[in-house]
Design a binder for this molecule. Sequence first.
Ligand code: THU
Length: 131
Amino acid sequence: MEWEYLVEKAIKAKKNAYVPYSEFRVGAAVLTDSGKVFVGCNVENASYGAAICAERTAVVKAVSEGDTKIKAIAITSDSEDYTFPCGICRQVIAEFCDEETQVICSNKNGKYVRYYVKDILPHAFTKKDLL
Ligand code: THU
C-alpha cells in the first residue's frame, strides 16, 4: 500500500472531528495486518479530559473489530507542520505495533515524515516489562 493512500484516508477522517473546544481537527488512519484500514478523528467533550485523540479512536476501532496488529498509522491535522501523536497515543500505538510498524506524520497538504515506533517512543513500557 502507498503511504499517500493512508494519509489521504486520515485527511478525509479529519472532516468528522468533533472539536468545539480546541477547533483543532485531527484525523488518523490505521492499516492492520489484515489489509483493512480503520479511520478516526478526535472527539472532544465539555469535560475536557474526556476528549479522545484521533489516533486512539482509530486504534480502538481496529482492535474492537478484532485487528490487533498495526502495520502503519497516519496522522494529520490542519497544521502546516507535521502532526505527531501525543504521548498517550504513542503508548497505545506501542501496545499493538511491532518493529516494522510505521508512524506517518502528515501536514495539512499531505506531506509526511515516517518513523518507527521505537524512534518516537524509546524504551516503551510494554507487556514484557510486567512481572
Ligand atoms: N489531538 C489528537 O487528536 N491527536 C494528537 O496526537 C494530539 C492532540 C487532539 C486532542 C484535542 O482534541 C486536540 O487535538 C487539541 O489538543
